[in-house]
Design a protein around this ligand. Sequence first.
Ligand code: TQI
Ligand code: CA
Ligand code: ZN
Ligand code: ZN
Length: 164
Amino acid sequence: DYSFFPGKPKWTKKRLTYRIVRYTADISKRQVDRTVKTALRLWSKVTPLKFIRINKGEADIMIKFASCRHGDDFPFDGPGGELAHAFAPGKGLLGDAHFDRDETWSLGQSGINLLLVAAHEFGHSLGLGHSQDKDALMYPTYSYRNTAGFQLSRDDIAGIQSLY
Ligand code: TQI
Ligand code: CA
Ligand code: ZN
Ligand code: ZN
């Protein structure tokens, strides 16, 4: 079953901005932009939330690919291990999503699939914790699934709809 962060933090507005500040060398910028948009749409489709892209200034969800130390207290660890992390809703660093630049990112089955990981991280950015349902996107184990027409599981939808 789904879970939330302690204290159940959530966004109190329906229009959330996002900004991609740094990219990976593995996938073209255009593909990253498109994949992020697709990942966010999975969540906006089932909630009243809208995601608006901005290209400067501070967005609610700041997205970046970074290696090792990258300005928070959670340095990445090189290839393997941690792939990405995201923070519960709130101001500043909260809500942001960081991806380890040292992973091999892909849009398919090789390496780490960006759509699956980004959609999982945005679940955290919106306030979801991990799920115990093995079919859920928020289940805490990476497993590749076909991303063509990828959909959230019933459990992910039930979780996010109970929050928004
Ligand atoms: N990163 C962990 C994750 O996103 C970081 C983390 C652990 C975390 N506990 C948390 C973030 C609680 C927010 C709240 O789950 S990870 C997966 C999955 C990771 C793991 O790099 O281990 C995915 C990133 F689920 F597949 F294991 C993305 Cl999809
Ligand atoms: Ca890593
Ligand atoms: Zn970080
Ligand atoms: Zn997670």
